[in-house]
Write a protein that binds this ligand. Structure first.
Ligand SMILES: Cc1cc2nc3c(=O)[nH]c(=O)nc-3n(C[C@H](O)[C@H](O)[C@H](O)COP(=O)(O)OP(=O)(O)OC[C@H]3O[C@@H](n4cnc5c(N)ncnc54)[C@H](O)[C@@H]3O)c2cc1C
Length: 510
């Protein structure tokens, strides 16, 4: 008797809502198995990428990445994805200037403030280690409460710790409410930390980061070379989960389509707005992701920058004294050789230029900050054109009375943008992150996006790959131990699952 032939499984029709980093990563990962999935992505905007976007400035003469800029060498998934699609990141040395006058300090030079606060800086290191040991408890305790209990000074909290964390975790003006456990990870977790903690000056290293290539090209290339259907300018208006299984999606033009599964790769507010019949738990949990409205000006007003921030240039000697942190990544070596001559010249030009600037408002608002950075230090083509283009972020529209955006010379403004960003308050980690797993897969509905954990580009990509994995698309970067470790941690926290063993069906790109 002949062997019974396995019945071919019908393809799963999957709708991914949102073509940001998370949604695109998910769609790409699913599309590696064209025999199993038929993937459609609906994106509200005319181009993919979400907040990892580009735009043109100066009468269309220059393309800039105008929101997401770069990441750390530990961003294995982003680096792997760039590599797969033929893109190369640019190395960037991270120089930051905090505060002004007697509150000024940097990650590269001694300052009056760090000398004065040295005993607290040393004590902070010991506190961080305790927080790390007792992490399950400190997840629920805001950092401000811990530092107040332990009688850390206002200057240490408001001028040093909060601006630093706000900058790197996008925690904005909610930083005092961020979980103490998260702050300890920022400094101590070998996979998350950007800087080595220094008991003398808090920071004394200039870490090597990378800048993304033109992001619009990255997403367009991924979409073009992958087997999913990208529908831009097609916002989801309504989603109905059907009693017999599957979902019915309707766009804003009133066109309806049915799918077997839906992956929400957009923000939690949109999920709640579009989902017609959420369960009690879905409604209850998604409400716990809190968003704030921020405003960003892209400008060339050097006078504004000089007035608001400490723009003193570092000397060449200081530049030489800086200790580059961490190992240079292998994949950058080749690029480095190619660019060596040009970069040397750029280093000369760039010597002493800080990338980031953070200032703390005064008086009763000393827990709130404004952030700026020099885009040109991230984007080599702007350096070549000898341009200094700045971006200034004004945080939380409820504090608009504090903003100094009106002081920026309107003739020097190149672009402006309103944004919604979620907050990393301790409640995010207490009432959302550990619970998302209980709604993953409910009625064929999945969630990805950086908001499922922390607001970084790396988490966005990991979250997309994780949703795809749950649907049956094998994890693509198992050969990279650090990537796999980060992915497994994410899976454990946000899906409450282990990574599946790879299926026998080979992925198209493997
Ligand atoms: C200004 C800014 C700068 C940042 N810089 C960095 C950085 O340099 N490095 C870093 O690591 N992280 C950075 N981040 C963090 C950033 O949030 C993440 O890096 C990541 O890009 C978020 O991706 P996402 O896919 O989760 O969300 P998003 O990029 O927000 O994608 C969600 C997508 O869903 C779409 N959408 C919304 N509603 C609908 C609808 N109804 N129908 C269809 N589509 C819809 C949106 O248009 C969007 O494209 C930055 C964030 C901001 C806001």
């Amino acid at each position: 008797m002949g062997q019974a032939q396995a019945k071919p499984q019908p393809k799963k029709r999957v709708l991914v809502v949102g073509a940001g980093a998370a949604g695109t990563a998910c769609a790409w990962s699913l599309s590696r198995f064209p025999g199993r999935f038929e993937v459609e992505v609906w994106e509200a905007l005319p181009v993919p990428g979400g907040v990892a976007s580009s735009c043109t400035v100066k009468d269309g003469q220059h393309v800039i990445n105008d929101q997401v800029q770069g990441g750390a060498p530990s961003y294995r998934h982003n680096l792997r994805l760039l590599e797969l699609f033929g893109f190369k990141p640019t190395p960037v040395m991270m120089r930051i200037a905090f505060g002004v006058g007697d509150k000024q300090w940097t990650n590269h030079s001694p300052s009056e403030l760090t000398s004065r606060l040295q005993p607290e800086i040393a004590r902070f290191g010991r506190v961080l280690r305790w927080i790390s040991r007792l992490e399950p408890i400190f997840v629920f305790v805001p950092i401000d409460r811990v530092l107040r209990w332990l009688r850390f000074s206002d200057d240490f909290r408001y001028q040093m710790v909060f601006p630093l964390v706000a900058l790197f975790f996008g925690t904005g003006n909610q930083t005092p409410h961020v979980s103490a456990a998260v702050i300890s990870r920022v400094f101590l977790d070998p996979h998350l930390r950007l800087f080595d903690y220094c008991p003398q000056r808090l920071l004394n290293s200039v870490p090597e980061m990378f800048a993304f290539p033109v992001l619009e090209e990255v997403w367009a290339t991924i979409a073009r070379k992958s087997d999913f259907k990208l529908c831009c300018s097609r916002p989801l208006a309504r989603l109905r989960r059907l009693p017999g299984g599957g979902v019915m999606a309707t766009d804003t033009a009133g066109v309806t389509a049915s799918f077997d599964e839906v992956v929400y790769g957009c923000d939690a507010e949109t999920v709640l707005r579009t989902m017609e019949n959420p369960t009690w738990l879905e409604r209850r949990l998604l409400r716990n992701v809190r968003y704030y409205t921020d405003f960003c000006l892209t400008h060339e007003d050097a006078a504004y920058m000089a007035e608001m921030y400490d723009m003193r240039p570092g000397t060449k000697q200081q530049q030489q004294q800086q200790q580059p942190q961490g190992q240079r990544q292998e994949q950058w070596a080749e690029q480095r050789q190619e660019q060596q001559g040009r970069q040397q010249q750029q280093e000369e030009q760039r010597c002493g230029k800080d990338n980031y600037f953070v200032r703390t408002y005064g008086g009763a608002d000393r827990d709130k900050i404004e952030m700026s950075f020099n885009l040109s230090t991230y984007q080599p083509h702007l350096q070549e054109a000898d341009l200094d283009i700045y971006q200034t972020y004004y945080l939380d529209a409820q504090n608009r009375h504090l903003w100094s955006d009106s002081k920026v010379d309107p003739s020097k403004v190149l672009a402006s943008r309103w944004m919604r960003q979620f907050a990393h308050t301790w409640t995010h980690f207490a009432f959302w992150v550990p619970w998302v797993r209980f709604i993953q897969g409910t009625r064929h509905t999945w969630y990805c996006g950086s908001y499922t954990m922390v607001n970084t580009q790396e988490i966005a990509v990991i979250s997309g790959l994780a949703a795809a994995e749950r649907l049956g698309a094998d994890y693509p970067f198992a050969h990279d131990p650090l990537a796999a470790q980060q992915f497994d941690t994410f899976m454990a926290v946000v899906h409450g699952r282990r990574r599946r063993r790879p299926t026998t069906a080979a992925a198209k790109s493997d």
